[in-house]
Each structure stands twice: as C-alpha cells, then as structure tokens.
Design a protein around this ligand. Structure first.
Ligand code: AMP
Ligand code: MG
Length: 472
C-alpha cells in the first residue's frame, strides 16, 4: 500500500479572487507525532510510511492531486471590522470525498508565511497544535460538530514567541473553511459577483435544500444555534467567537484560548486577550446572534430587493434567540435525565445552575453524579443541593430510564484545561505519554474511567491555569 490522498479540489476551481496559490514552506526535520487512522480511513486516505507522512503533513512534500492555496477572508474581531485577514499561517492542500460521501478540507496550520500573514511568522508552536489535536478530537467524541485533527508533526525547527519553542504543524480537517468572514470580505468590497458565486458554492456544498441567500442564512443560523447549545451543555468556552472563526458548516473551529469550565460560573472567561469578557460562557448565545446579524448584512448585499432582504433577514436573526433557548432546553433537560417536557423544567435547570455557581460546583462532575450521593459533595454547602434534589426526584418519577439518559447526556471526562497544560509541558520536554493517554480516554467520554480517575478530577489550587493564550 502506498500513501495516497484522493483529492477532489472544488475550492481551487473557484475564481482566483477567492484565494492565493501558496505552497507550504519546507521545514528542517519533520517528525510525525500523531496520525488519526480512523479519520484517514473515513476520508478515503491510504496511510503510508511514517517518514513519508511526516514529509506530507509538514508541508515538505506536496502530495499528488494537491493544489495548495491560502484562503481570503475578513472579519469582525472583538466587534471591530478588520478588512483583511485570510489564512496567514495555513494552506488548504485540497479536499477529499470520504467513504461516507462527505467532502472535507485538508489544511496545514502552521505551514509558514502567506500573502495574508499579519506580521507573524506563519508558524505554530507545539502547544497550540497539541491542544487543538486533543480538544477537537474530544469535541468530536462528545458528539459536537467540529473540525478534526488528522495529523500533528514536529518540524525540528524552533519558533520564537517570548522564548524559543518547538515548531509544529497541525493537519486540520473541516467540512469546509468557509466562515462568515469569507462572505464579509466580498460584501465590504462591493464584489457582488464573487459574493453570489460564494453563496451558490456554500449552498451546494453544505445546504443543498436552502433557497438563495436567505435560505442559507436560515440554515446557518439553525446550525449555529444547535452548536452553541451543545457547547453550553458541556461547559465549553470558545474564547474567540470572531466572525472569521464562525463556520458556515456550523462546526467548532479555531481552538485558540478555549477551555472547558471546571467550577460552574456563567461569567467564566479563560482567554488572556478577552479582557472585557465579550466571549464569556453565558455571552456565547448573544454573540452567535450578533455574528448571524453580520452574516445577514453581508448576504443582503447581493440581493436585488434589499428592502425585502432586510425584512426577511431581520425575521431570521430575531428568531435565533428563541431557537437557541429551545436547543438549550432540550440539551439541559437531557442532562437532568428527562426525555419528557414539563412546564417547570426551565426553572428547575436555572435553579440548579444558580446553586452550582454559588457553591463552586464542578460543572461536569455535578451533572455526571446526579442521582448518586456524590452529587451533593460537589457543593460547598451540600444542603444547597439537597433542597434542589427533592423537586428533581419528584419530577424524575415521571420518566423512564433516567439513569440511561443521564449517562448518555453527561460526560464523565472532558479535556480539562490543567491537564492540557500539563500535557503541553511534558510534550515540550519530549514526553508524549499524556498526549496519547488523553486522546485514548477522551475518545469515550460517556464511559466510566475508573483507571483514569485523575483525568476526571478538577484542578487543585496549585494546578489551576491562570490564563490561556491564543494559538499564535
Ligand atoms: P487566528 O488566531 O488563527 O484566528 O488568526 C487570526 C488572524 O491572524 C488570521 O489572519 C491569521 O492568519 C493571522 N495569524 C495568526 N497567527 C499568525 C502567525 N503566526 N503568523 C502569521 N499570521 C498569523
Ligand atoms: Mg481564525
């Protein structure tokens, strides 16, 4: 068997205004750290020799059928429009159509400078590469739409941030890398034909049943509403919900200063660059609506009747908070073990979350322990939980199979931030056991893991990560 990737590159067939042809920059001594065999098989890729794959996933060899390019986009960053972004440290190698019939992008991230680089070196260091590898694959195992990780390669070169750090390249797989910002760049420049072509492309690729720009807006809004409710149901904080990080496919994309919460608090922020808390845990729903309003504004630029467009877009964007609320309720009902709907459910969930916040209860472990004596131990004042539990026990009597719903809706293990930091620390020292152990355990998040109980524990005081930095 020889290493082969069956490319079928639809993005490269779009006009040159959409991208710049750009080869990855070679690296000194590539070493393959991880290769995701299951994902490769799904994508129709035939694995090869480790050394051969290291050459391809570092960008040293361009495989047959690949036509590397960097994509153009713009976007709102922390609310401010930046007219020129684009892949400044990434190249799209191309796309494959998998054994499941799905088209997926293969992108090298950390592959060197491109015409869109903004001052930086176009490189990535090992930390963010391994973080994205572990967290995106964990997200997938949790059943949440996400980009995935096909490979991680150490480059054998150093990159310079505050200090010299080992360089690395991540091979990222996505349903596409189309973002709200991909539409914004053409809308802002008044390039209506490009905007129309991009809209047709996105519909054909992701939502073939959608009718025109407003059909696309509706489909993406629904996908984003589902996604953000899923994030909230596992305590995930993305950290940089800029419009250039908002995927048209509705996938989680761009794992920078992201983290899963330990103790529950709605205003939790991890990112060192999010000083105002714009992207705090409980703001994520409002931000998703704001991002869809920016998407609507861009899409409308191509419509002959802008007034009609504004009216329909307004209706779609205004429907989104209701959609988010209902997706949220569905998820959190299941987290309480409920399949039926009762009027008091929302109040019961809100009451539990308030008590959790007041008592620094661990988000993951509290939900996982519902129905067992361990739940009350999560609370500084266990009686705060007891008072809530009486109502829950009465309500649960209406249900069948509460235990099965609970364990299918509440993971036992998530990629805790302090473990990710420990993993990065050991990996920089050349020790990759924790990286592989995290990948293995996190691939089955709804199972019990008695032998890996250390990975289910919240951080001790000394283990708490103070700030999470963006992935540059
Ligand atoms: P991101 O943080 O990946 O969402 O990137 C935001 C913008 O900064 C994009 O235009 C990136 O291409 C650019 N960028 C981030 N890191 C680097 C880097 N190391 N070198 C060059 N450009 C970068
Ligand atoms: Mg980005």
């Amino acid at each position: 068997m020889t290493f082969a990737i069956p490319f079928d590159n639809s993005y490269a067939r779009l006009p040159e205004a959409f991208y710049t042809r750009q080869d990855p920059q070679p690296v000194a001594a590539p070493h393959l750290l991880a290769f995701n065999e299951d994902l490769a098989r799904l994508m129709g890729i035939t694995p090869g020799e480790v050394t051969e794959m290291a050459q391809v996933f570092s960008g040293n060899d361009i495989p047959d059928g690949s036509l590397p390019l960097s994509q153009l986009y713009s976007g709102h960053q922390f609310g401010n429009y930046n007219p020129q972004l684009g892949d400044g440290r990434a190249v799209l190698l191309g796309e494959t159509i998998g054994t499941d019939g799905l088209r997926r992008d293969i992108q090298l991230k950390g592959s060197g400078r491109t015409p869109y680089s903004r001052g930086g070196d176009g490189r990535a260091w090992l930390g963010p590469v391994l973080r994205e590898y572990v967290v995106s694959e964990a997200m997938h195992a949790l059943g949440i739409p996400t980009t995935r990780a096909l490979a991680a390669v150490e480059t054998g070169e150093q990159v310079f941030r505050e200090t010299a750090l080992p360089g690395a390249v991540l091979t990222r797989v996505a349903s596409s890398h189309l973002r709200v910002g991909t539409f914004q760049v053409f809308a802002a420049r008044g390039q209506t034909e490009n905007l129309k072509q991009l809209t047709r492309y996105a519909i054909e690729r992701h939502y073939p049943q959608a009718d025109g720009p407003m059909g696309l807006l509706r489909a993406v809004s629904e996908a984003q509403a589902r996604l953000i409710a899923q994030w909230m149901s596992v305590g995930f904080i993305h950290g940089v919900m800029n419009t250039d990080n908002c995927s048209i496919a509705g996938e989680t994309i761009d794992y920078g200063p992201c983290a899963f919460m330990d103790a529950y608090h709605p205003s939790t922020v991890y990112s060192s660059i999010d000083r105002m808390g714009r992207y705090a845990y409980s703001n994520q729903a409002d931000i998703a609506v704001w991002n869809m309003a920016q998407f609507a504004t861009a899409l409308i630029q191509q419509m002959d009747s802008r007034d009609a467009g504004v009216e329909e877009a307004t209706e779609i964007v205004h429907a989104m908070p209701g959609l988010l609320q209902s997706e949220w309720l569905t998820r959190f009902r299941a987290k309480l073990g409920f399949q039926q709907q009762e009027d008091g459910d929302q109040a019961m969930i809100a009451d539990l979350l308030t008590r959790m916040a007041e008592n620094q209860a661990d988000f993951t472990n509290t939900f996982r322990a519902l129905g067992s004596p361990a739940a009350r131990d999560q609370f500084l004042d266990p009686q705060a939980f007891d008072a809530w539990q009486d109502g829950w026990t009465d309500r649960a009597a209406w249900e069948e199979d509460t235990a099965a719903t609970l364990s299918a809706s509440n993971p036992s293990v998530i990629p805790r931030n302090h473990r990710i930091e420990q993993m990065i620390g050991t990996a920089v020292a050349g020790e990759h056991a924790l990286f592989h152990r995290l990948n293995a355990v996190l691939s089955a998040p709804f199972a019990d893991h008695p032998d890996d109980a250390d990975l289910t524990r919240p951080p001790s005081e000394s283990e708490v990560v103070q700030a999470t930095f963006c992935g540059t």
